[in-house]
Design a binder for this molecule. Sequence first.
Ligand code: G3P
Ligand code: CA
Length: 327
Amino acid sequence: MPEILVIAHRGASGERPEHTLESYRLAIEEGADYIEPDLVMTKDGVLVARHENEIGGTTDVAMHPEFAMRRRTQVIDGETMTGWFTEDFTLAEIKTLRARERLPELRPQNCVFDGRFTIPSFVEILELATETNRRRGGSARIGVYPETKHPAHFTGIGLPLEQAVLDALHRHAYSADDSPVFIQSFDPQNLRLLHGMTRLPLLQLLEHELGDLAAIAQYAVGIGIAKHLATPEGIRAAHAANLKVHVWTFRAENEFLPKDLQVGTSPAAHGNLEAEIRRFLERGIDGFFVDFPAVGVRVRNAYISAVQPLHQPLTDTTLPGNRLQGR
Ligand code: G3P
Ligand code: CA
């Protein structure tokens, strides 16, 4: 049976403010195979974990009068954004900020952590991974699944992400061919560039359509697709193109679940995430991004235990004919 990866989406972001060391640490404790940092860059060229370079939504920067003048509007990847941007801050300045829950209405329980956790650099995340691996001794290393965010924008302002990502992975022993790493991006140009720079596995993120899978297979080992694209036909087509299929994003709140798996009427209440994950496992996906890694690990392990016997190769002693002959 091929492995099915549980990828902790922004850490255990259903239970802690996303992209904090505490969120990643909890995901590791819960048994996730990979932790997923989205990466952007500071003014002084340091990779930090944020879902986007605008940090007004996930930090307390608005409460810092000393940074009030940094608020501005700019166009990023064709979208007009107003707020505070990582490229206008040094790492030292970013470190004076504290993380806040992105979805306070859906995840009010996480707001108790607002103001308590710092914004981690990619290096700090890799140090957490290294420390985890040291404690684990010889058993499986924690995987790291970085996403380059807005790579064209960062290249355009003289802060390219690619070499910095590769250098950091290399310095933390995550650059060998068999290292548990995937580098992901929505930007095919970025992945093509990375393909010429590293042998680490690359993964093409897709949101609206599957596109030319054969072309993607030239530079990527897999696709990371939105749930609506993960139809049985889509998964079959990707596998036929020799691409792994990782699916995003599995979340427990009713807001993110299909109608038939919601429980109660509150968008924030938790519905039947287990059943949703099982549906996709049964379609043959190779991994999934989940905000609640403990649920993902539990469902994945139960699924593998249930189907494994069906996949065991028949041996001489288990072949029906041989069993009869032995009697
Ligand atoms: O990287 C997989 C998934 O995380 C893509 O979506 O927007 O959460 O980074 P996003
Ligand atoms: Ca991501």
